[in-house]
Design a protein around this ligand. Structure first.
Ligand code: NAD
Length: 498
């Protein structure tokens, strides 16, 4: 059995662990590896090494740090195929999608290569007589990143790009479900010239997370995962006096106006609702057609097209999507399908009990489609995170627009229309953090920033972009005066600029 170890101070670290997790191959349903679970002792060791490494790294000028990032990008590109295979074998997404997972992460590294410019401070000459004021951005020190299973390359690289380029050391706690790619990325960072200790990988579950959240030397925590855990991270970090970002779950709506290009809409929903087996926080699992004619046409065409989707193993180049990540997750998604049926939604396609010939033990779910879903249904209110599309019919744009705005989640939303004015007003008013106009998955490019609203993000700063630079740095402002020999009056009142 392959063992997956922590990665500390530039090498694999495998203390005698009494707790482990199983890592599955979702295509076969077999356990393919065992990952060590760390606790406070492993976190202590990782932090001690990180404190040392961070001093050296932060002292390096930003241009030299950027060169390490350039080299890392080069190495990841050279190893793209191997990384995609490793990723697919633990996550289950198809190879082309795994490459996308790596590439979207690399785009944040590309942005972070501009860190010498991004960290520049501000300067005011003669703010008072003989007084200059300047501010600088400095790294926080040792920080932690805690990532979910669904983007095991992209999300760790969001954290790495922002935290490392700005001169911090990071302890990454990747998802225990697919932990191999983050370890391989850490090895590539070493090869690229990152000093030992600057990126540590500690595996584990709640115990490792709690050790990170309560460690005095860890100054900030960037978390991406489900909302209840995100809220827990936010509460604990607040108590502990730590800076945090905590991104949560989602239930993204796609509003289809009567004037939309229906060919495009159907095509976009197929990819956005079922791609990656629906396990994307920016998936589009709710369709809101406006008006009966739009709804009838959309539902008829989706029913026809979705049943043609090819569900296959990750290495099948013709498969549209692969298995979900675990048997437990498959059971959870199937329970939601049962719930939707019981709640009275009209089931048009039922993916429960799907068996792929030759891979009967894989964690596959067929494409599922519900019509006449209503906002009071629990299966609508919760995030399902599987290949399940729910259609909620609306009579007009006003009713449609209320749905995403009133929902507990507010990560992404899309509107499909040819009416620019309607789209513009919708984008301005909707209570959701990321909006697509005829774009089904509006994940912002690396030089903007990523973040939802409401229970999709407990944070003030978004991931990556200049928001990410802000999160991983603190500002110091210096007010300076050089003595001229002319000693003024003693001042017992606060100086003002009058
Ligand atoms: P998860 O919340 O189960 O796990 C995320 C991380 O938290 C993992 O590293 C895990 O080990 C850790 N964790 C799990 N239980 C914990 C506990 N009780 N205490 C402390 N730490 C704990 O999420 P997941 O299932 O890995 O990922 C899917 C979820 O992530 C979905 O809800 C999805 O919408 C969300 N997600 C959100 C974004 C976003 O940017 N908003 C992006 C990707 C995924």
């Amino acid at each position: 059995m392959r063992e997956i170890h922590h990665f500390i101070d530039g090498k694999s670290y495998s203390p005698k662990a009494d707790r482990h997790g199983d890592v599955y191959n979702p295509n076969t349903g077999e356990v393919q590896a065992r990952v060590s679970f760390g606790g406070a002792d492993v976190v202590d060791k990782a932090v001690a090494g990180a404190i040392k490494g961070q001093r050296e790294w932060a002292a390096m000028n930003p241009q030299r740090r950027a060169r390490v990032l350039f080299k890392f990008k080069d190495l990841v590109e050279q190893e793209m195929d191997e990384l995609a295979h490793l990723l697919s074998s633990e996550h289950g997404k198809v190879l082309a999608d795994s490459r996308g997972d790596v590439i979207r992460g690399l785009e944040v590294i590309e942005f972070a290569c501009g860190v010498p410019h991004l960290m520049k401070g501000e300067y005011t000459e003669s703010a008072g007589t003989g007084i200059d004021v300047y501010s600088m951005r400095q790294p926080l020190g040792v920080v932690a990143g805690i990532s979910p299973f669904n983007f095991p390359a992209m999300i760790p690289m969001w954290f790495m790009g922002m935290a490392l380029s700005t001169g911090n050391a990071m302890i990454l706690k990747p998802s225990e479900k697919d932990p191999s790619v983050p370890v391989r990325l850490a090895e590539l960072w070493m090869e690229a010239g990152l000093p030992e200790g600057v990126l540590q990988v500690v595996h584990g579950d709640k115990e490792a997370v709690d050790a990170l959240l309560t460690h005095d030397a860890i100054k900030a925590v960037s978390f991406v995962g489900s909302s209840d855990i995100a809220h827990y991270i936010a509460r604990t970090c607040t108590e502990q006096g730590k800076r945090f970002q905590a991104m949560g779950g989602a239930k993204n709506h796609g509003i289809i106006m009567p004037d939309a290009d229906m060919d495009q809409v159907v095509n976009d929903f197929l990819g956005a609702a079922y791609g990656s087996a629906g396990e994307r926080c920016m998936a589009l699992p709710v369709a809101v057609p406006v008006g009966q004619k739009t709804a009838d046409e959309f539902v008829a065409r989706m029913t026809e097209e979705a049943q043609k989707l090819r569900v296959g193993v990750s290495t099948d180049a013709d498969a549209h999507y692969g298995p979900v990540v675990s048997a437990a997750h498959r059971a959870k998604v199937e329970d939601y399908i049962t719930m939707g049926e019981k709640e009275g939604a009209k089931m048009l396609l039922d993916g429960r009990g799907f068996k792929l010939q030759g891979h009967e033990n894989g964690f596959f779910i067929g494409p599922t489609l519900f019509d006449h879903v209503t906002p009071d249904m629990q299966s609508y209110q919760d995030e399902i995170f599987g290949p399940v599309l729910q259609v909620v019919r609306a009579k007009d744009l006003e009713e449609a627009a209320h749905l995403p705005s009133d929902h507990q989640y507010g990560n992404g939303v899309a509107i499909f229309t040819r009416n620019g004015l309607a789209a513009r007003e919708f984008a301005a008013k909707v209570q959701v953090g990321m909006v697509g106009i005829n774009v089904p998955i509006p994940v912002p490019v690396a030089y903007h920033s990523f973040g939802g609203w409401k229970r999709s993000a407990f944070t003030d700063t978004n991931q990556y972009g200049t928001e990410g630079i802000r999160f991983f740095t603190k500002i110091k402002t210096v007010t300076q005066r050089w003595p001229t020999g002319d000693i003024g009056d003693q001042a017992f009142v606060i100086p003002t600029m009058q």
